[in-house]
Design a protein around this ligand. Structure first.
Ligand SMILES: [Zn+2]
Length: 290
């Protein structure tokens, strides 16, 4: 029997808390510390499909504060995969962050700070104020921008991506010196794609040569799987960061985050793979300090 399955490690909580403490069931997880979850600020960029699922998970888990950044409004075509939106909000084309904030009031006590701003315009101090930064965006340019700020400020960063029945999750953390960041693996093809800012809801976007770029094909099932894994990474960071800073080891009951690694999900073959990203010694983001 492994250490993690050893029943002697299971917490025995007071009987009275079973049905009166909202977080009773998760507090029973070995290595869990609800105060580390409650006293935390997480920044989420993108309140679309992945953002909805991620935010729902984080609010239910009891995260203290969420800073939500998205200037987009809701359209009817969002409603197949966004649990926090509704027909009324789509009809009125309300701002995503406002509707998320409203919907989350029924889910938990998380303080939600909605910001209808472009990533380029946000106060950079918000990065420093966050314990973890989550990217739920749909274009490479924004991902790299977030990667770069998170790395610079030494804040753990978790990115997710969805495409039909495929998805990826990866984490970046500057305190793990030999691990790759997202800029490390940027290829020429990625740079070519940077002008493609897929929008979940906005008008059809035209590229520089006038071609209309299609919308991403997405479905809630893939989104739920990937954002579930992304949420799990947030929890791993929050419950393991103190131990990592103190002893260089992550919380053994909660496990390591995917730092410098990319988890790929293939819904067609029902499979997952984890690849270790190659650190680029020439990377201007993560190798400049050497
Ligand atoms: Zn790098």
């Amino acid at each position: 029997m492994s250490e993690n399955n050893d029943k002697s490690n299971y917490k025995v909580l007071a009987k009275a808390s079973i049905d009166t403490d909202k977080y009773d069931r998760q507090k029973r997880i070995s290595g869990w510390d609800q105060s580390k979850i409650s006293n935390t600020t997480v920044m989420v960029i993108g309140a679309g499909a992945t953002g909805n699922e991620l935010i729902k998970n984080l609010v239910l888990t009891g995260i203290g504060k969420l800073i939500l950044i998205d200037y987009d409004t809701i359209n009817l075509s969002n409603l197949n995969r966004c649990v926090l939106f509704d027909k009324k909000s789509a009809k009125k084309q309300e701002y995503k962050v406002d509707v998320v904030k409203r919907a989350c009031k029924n889910l938990g006590d998380t303080e939600i700070i909605p910001l209808k701003e472009d990533l380029n315009d946000i106060d950079k101090n918000l990065y420093k104020k966050s314990n973890v930064i989550c990217s739920c965006v749909d274009n490479i340019e924004a991902r790299l921008q977030l990667n770069n700020y998170a790395y610079y400020y030494g804040v753990p960063f978790i990115d997710s991506g969805i495409d039909e029945f495929y998805g990826t999750v990866q984490a970046v953390y500057s305190e793990v010196k030999d691990s790759a960041c997202m800029q490390c693996g940027v290829s020429g093809m990625d740079l070519d794609l940077m002008w493609k800012k897929y929008s979940c809801t906005g008008q059809e976007i035209e590229s520089a040569n006038g071609e209309t770029i299609g919308k991403m094909a997405t479905i809630i099932t893939t989104t739920a799987i990937i954002s579930g894994i992304q949420s799990q990474q947030v929890i791993k960071f929050l419950l393991g960061l103190d131990s990592f800073k103190r002893e260089g080891k992550w919380n053994p009951y909660i496990g390591d985050p995917l730092i410098g690694k990319q988890l790929n999900y293939n819904g067609i073959t029902n499979s997952f793979e984890i690849i270790t990203k190659m650190k680029n010694e020439e990377c201007w983001v993560c190798s400049y300090k050497k």
